[in-house]
Design a protein around this ligand. Structure first.
Ligand code: SIN
Length: 480
């Protein structure tokens, strides 16, 4: 598939409304066979500096554009994403590897953030607060200024729109640094943004060394906010770098999602829920099931049913219509999954289905292992691949302790038909998000985010705009 012929294809950066190239280039590869797709610019420090200055000028105009006009521009952008859904999805599958059906789903998901915030653009309400003294307390909400978004390769579209859409809705400008593995989806989306009428300098995409660009964006005084999705290690580093200029931050970091399947669960629903959360994007999501805890009475029957489903998953090129699991992003990702499987088996876990030996390329066979324990690597670290470890538990108290025994706190899932239990367990889980009787929780209308080392801030929902707004208190005194 030659994606360079698609109308939305673009391989230059977008800076202040100009499509910018450079002498130094970065090759973009297809994870299916490591073949070369195209190359993209590696921007130098001077260009990034200019991009920030231009974004600052542009923001001064954009914040004064009437909210309904900002809303209209975002709506145009949403319409264009939907109109070009198939082309965008094809670009995504070729550079990222996920099955085309999932890539189409991600474009719809990405567009839904633009749609949601096109509506929220009109609702940056302030407050008038009753005051005891002879004064009036007014609360204004104002755009924070120039924002930076540093985004990952696992959701090359949605992680961009869920930062850019609220930023633009609030009246901020934004500089996006997409992952080096998946810049083409970002550039195609930006191309449609320009067509939608987003003014020059308000939406920018820069590519280059992650370390260098990250350093500039997090230390530059004109950047007022940094939003990052990625690992806890890098997130903490960006936070430390941003401390000097006291930036507002949103961090969506690593997860270690537990799934709690209780004896009372509807077994088929629980099996489907685990399939959905575990194998979406080949297990490469921050909200993927990482530990599957199953209560003792249903342990064997749950595993039997899950095994059947896992064995039906078809591994292949994402462009093939019947593919369920594409390649992982790179060899490093494969090695991590293999390390977790090998560690579990070496410590006494039992293989139910899958392959544990190395295969060529970026392929990882969906693997199910039972009798996993808390001292195994996969209980502590995020696997980020199609490996499903099953743990047995006896009682609610134990499973809550095991679930919370991690530095992470992003997503968690519970399967139970017991009403009191789901309330107790939802309250007991130290996580930013809890899915009850479902493995799919992502939604533009919902506040997405974590606690503990999984991050700070919320994306999407009515709370997502606040991340791009500052509160200003105005005191109107001496009222008589
Ligand atoms: C992520 O993996 O970081 C995001 C997943 C989602 O939005 O569903």
């Amino acid at each position: 598939m030659d994606i360079t012929q698609l109308s939305v294809f673009e391989n230059r950066c977008l800076v202040n409304g100009e499509w910018v190239s450079s002498i130094e280039k970065l090759a973009v590869m297809n994870p299916v066979d490591q073949s070369y797709i195209t190359d993209v610019p590696v921007l130098n420090e001077e260009v990034i500096e200019q991009a920030i200055q231009d974004a600052d000028q542009a923001q001064k105009q954009w914040k004064n554009v009437a909210p309904n006009e900002r809303s209209r521009v975002l709506r145009n952008w949403f319409d264009l994403l939907i109109r070009h859904q198939d082309e965008l999805a094809t670009i995504m599958t070729v550079e990222q590897g996920k099955p085309l059906k999932e890539a189409k789903g991600e474009i719809a998901y990405a567009a839904s953030y633009i749609e949601w915030f096109s509506e929220e653009a009109k609702r940056g309400y302030g407050d008038i607060v009753p005051s005891a003294s002879n004064s009036e307390i007014l609360v204004f909400k104002e755009a924070v200024g120039v924002c930076a978004a540093i985004t990952p390769w696992n959701f090359p579209a949605a992680m961009i729109t869920r930062k850019a859409a609220p930023a633009l809705a609030a009246g901020c400008s934004i500089i996006i640094k997409p992952a080096s593995e998946t810049p083409l989806t970002a550039l195609a989306i930006a191309k449609l943004g320009a067509q939608a009428g987003i003014p020059h300098g308000v939406l920018n995409v820069v590519i280059g060394s992650s370390a260098k660009i990250g350093q500039i964006l997090t230390t530059h005084p004109l950047i007022k906010k940094v939003s990052f999705t990625g690992s806890t290690e890098i997130g903490a580093q960006l936070m430390a770098q941003s401390a000097q200029t006291v930036k507002k931050m949103s961090l969506e970091l690593g997860g270690n999602a537990p799934v709690l399947v209780f004896n009372s669960a509807n077994l088929d629903q629980a099996v489907q829920g685990v399939m959905d959360t575990k194998f979406r994007n080949a297990g490469q999501t921050c909200v993927c099931a990482n530990r599957i805890y199953v209560q003792s009475d249903i342990y064997d029957s749950f595993i039997d049913k899950l095994k059947v489903k896992v064995e039906q998953l078809k591994l292949g090129n994402g462009l093939d219509a019947d593919t369920d699991i594409g390649p992982l992003i790179n060899r490093k990702a494969i090695l991590k999954v293999e390390e977790h499987i090998a560690d579990a088996l070496a410590k006494g876990a039992v293989l139910v289905t899958g392959k544990t030996h190395n295969i060529e390329g970026n392929w990882c066979v969906p693997t199910l292992v039972k009798d996993v324990r808390q001292d195994m690597l996969c209980a502590k670290e995020e696997t980020f691949g199609p490996f499903a470890p099953i743990f047995k538990f006896e009682c609610e108290e134990d499973v809550l302790d095991m679930s919370n025994d991690t530095e992470f706190g992003l997503a968690s899932y519970v399967f139970t038909q017991d009403l009191n239990q789901f309330i107790r367990v939802a309250r007991g889980l130290e996580y930013g998000m809890v899915g009850i009787n479902t493995g799919l929780i992502s939604n533009a209308a919902a506040p997405f985010g974590g606690v503990k080392s999984s991050g700070i801030g919320r994306e999407g929902s009515k709370y997502g705009m606040d991340e791009y707004l500052e509160i200003k208190y105005v005191c109107l005194g001496n009222i008589s």
